[in-house]
Design a protein around this ligand. Structure first.
Ligand code: NAP
Length: 497
């Protein structure tokens, strides 16, 4: 019997509405190739309706005291907890990550929502002495306006939560465009806020392609801020436009993360961590370890261990409990990964394991790529420099810590890094010298927690941080306030008596 495919709409001004053109597109399960849902293929006219709704709602939402805004967010967090399993299963079906990891993705959204809702009762500014007598000085945070939020498919609930929750608690309103591979995850996330009682227009979702809907959000004159997570290529293009339009823009972009393993490391731990960091979510994490920089004395041992482990990884539908590695998100992503494997071979790297699409049995229906390990990778090869975003990692040899750190830093990205060593001096030197936004010691490159700043250096970001209280700086404007109660003209920097 044919399963009925669900149809989803945009959410604009508190109503679920079709795209004005009536057009739709399909969301596909990458493990089976089946159509999961049909969603609106929106255009600039839908974006405009959403922005107008958000602009109108901003006038009242910004005046709701932050602790009261937060009460709605706490309710949303509770609903997320209640729906965790249902949302995680949907996520696995829509983008392929195994259920265990999908639960982690929803949990991250829950953690973020509780954490940032708590900021509603803090939202600290500060008071400070004025340099003049009889004068008070303090500063407060204020909302910015309508925020355009554009997100990728690899963390389809966690990443929207990193942006939407802080935007809302600060008093902004939002127009949200989820990735086209995961529109339903975005829609389900927004449904939670509708049910939690968010007023109409405060949070709107418009689905459709980046080039049309995303671009219309970026270009819209009534959108004051763009918060984007995705590839460096698109991020930089958006930044250029925002520069021209005078908009605030926060970018979280690509990575080429590395794990250093020194000869004094706990190799069992390093092995487990590399497998998890390189092949979890089929390597499609911004923090995935796509380079392993190995100290020469233990290179042979670690290589043999990794090859053994990789061969035992089980590919399959992420809903099956026995699956270690799910599909990649799409055929075009699979082809891109494979093209990098070909480049690696041409560059002279040695393919130890993997390196091809897997089409045995049921896997033929989906987009499965064999976990892949390259050896004899030179740090300047393209496979060691460019983001592949798939289950592929490289082994790079280093003769000592200094060389390992130099190799780690010698890429255009700077998101996450890790070192395995039992020598505290080496660990501390690495923490100091590594040029990334996140460093782990004796832990893989993934596993960020929401209450610490998240983001990267160089071409990974543009100086902002998500997570932590630092994210409030993205979504609020500082206002300095001076109250002179001297009753006379006091000139700062001039009247010093
Ligand atoms: P992407 O192709 O750059 O897309 C990201 C988002 O931008 C999607 O919603 C996309 O819409 C939209 N978009 C595309 N073209 C646009 C345009 N011209 N104007 C406005 N929006 C546009 O990235 P992705 O493939 O979804 O995600 C993978 C990338 O994200 C990787 O590079 C990964 O490293 C990065 N990432 C970074 C972080 C971090 O925190 N640093 C976290 C996760 C992922 P469509 O989906 O409709 O194309």
């Amino acid at each position: 019997m044919a399963v009925e495919v669900q149809v989803f709409k945009n959410y604009i001004d508190g109503k679920w509405v079709d795209a004005k053109s009536g057009k739709t597109f399909e969301s596909i399960n990458p493990a089976t190739g089946e159509v999961l849902a049909v969603v609106s293929q929106s255009g600039p006219e839908d974006v405009d309706a959403a922005v107008q709704a958000a602009k109108k709602a901003f006038q009242s939402w910004r005046k709701v005291p932050a602790p009261r805004r937060a009460e709605i967010l706490f309710r949303a967090a509770e609903l997320l907890v209640k729906r965790k399993e249902e949302l995680a299963r949907l996520m696995t079906q829509e983008m392929g990550k195994v259920l265990l990891e999908a639960r982690g993705d929803v949990q991250e959204a829950i953690d973020m929502t509780y954490f940032i809702a708590g900021e509603g009762r803090r939202m600290h500014g500060y008071t400070t002495p004025s340099e003049m007598p009889n004068k008070a000085a303090y500063c407060i945070r204020q909302p910015i306006g309508v925020c355009g939020i554009i997100t990728p498919w690899n963390f389809p609930m966690a990443i929207p939560s990193w942006k939407i929750i802080p935007a809302l608690v600060c008093g902004n309103t939002v127009v949200f465009k989820p990735a086209s591979y995961t529109p339903v995850c975005g829609i389900k996330f927004v449904e939670i806020f509708e049910e939690a009682g968010l007023p109409p227009g405060v949070l709107n979702i418009v689905t459709g392609s980046g080039g049309v809907v995303g671009d219309a959000i970026v270009e819209h004159p009534d959108v004051a801020l763009i918060s984007f997570t995705g590839s460096t290529e698109i991020g930089l293009r958006i930044a250029e436009k925002c520069g021209r339009l005078g908009k605030r823009v926060s970018l979280e972009m690509g990575g080429k993360n590395a794990i250093i393993v020194m000869d004094d490391a706990d190799l069992n731990l390093a092995e487990d961590s590399i497998i998890w960091a390189a092949f979890g979510t089929s390597g499609q994490r911004c923090t995935a370890a796509s380079r392993v920089i190995v100290h020469e004395p233990i290179k042979k041992d670690l290589t043999e261990r990794l090859v053994e482990r990789i061969k035992r990884l089980r590919l399959g539908d992420g809903l099956r409990p026995e699956t270690d590695v799910g599909p990649v998100v799409s055929l075009s992503q699979l082809e891109r990964i494979h093209s990098y494997v070909e480049i690696g071979k041409q560059e002279g790297a040695k393919l130890l394991v993997g390196g091809q699409r897997v089409t045995e049995g049921e896997l033929a229906r989906g987009y499965f790529y064999a976990p892949t390990l390259f050896d004899e990778v030179h740090p300047k090869m393209r496979i060691a420099q460019e983001e592949i975003f798939g289950p592929v990692t490289d082994l790079i040899r280093a003769k000592d810590l200094d060389e390992a750190v130099a190799i780690l830093n010698d890429v255009q990205y700077g998101l996450s890094a890790s070192i395995f060593t039992r020598d505290v001096n080496k660990a501390m030197r690495a923490i100091e010298e590594i040029h990334t936004g996140i460093v782990y010691v004796n832990h893989g490159t993934i596993g960020a927690e929401v209450h610490l700043p998240f983001g990267g250096t160089k071409f990974t970001g543009n100086g902002h941080r998500e997570g932590g209280v630092q994210v409030l700086d993205v979504f609020s404007e500082w206002k300095a306030v001076y109250i002179d109660y001297s009753g006379r003209l006091q000139r700062a920097q001039i009247d010093r008596e």
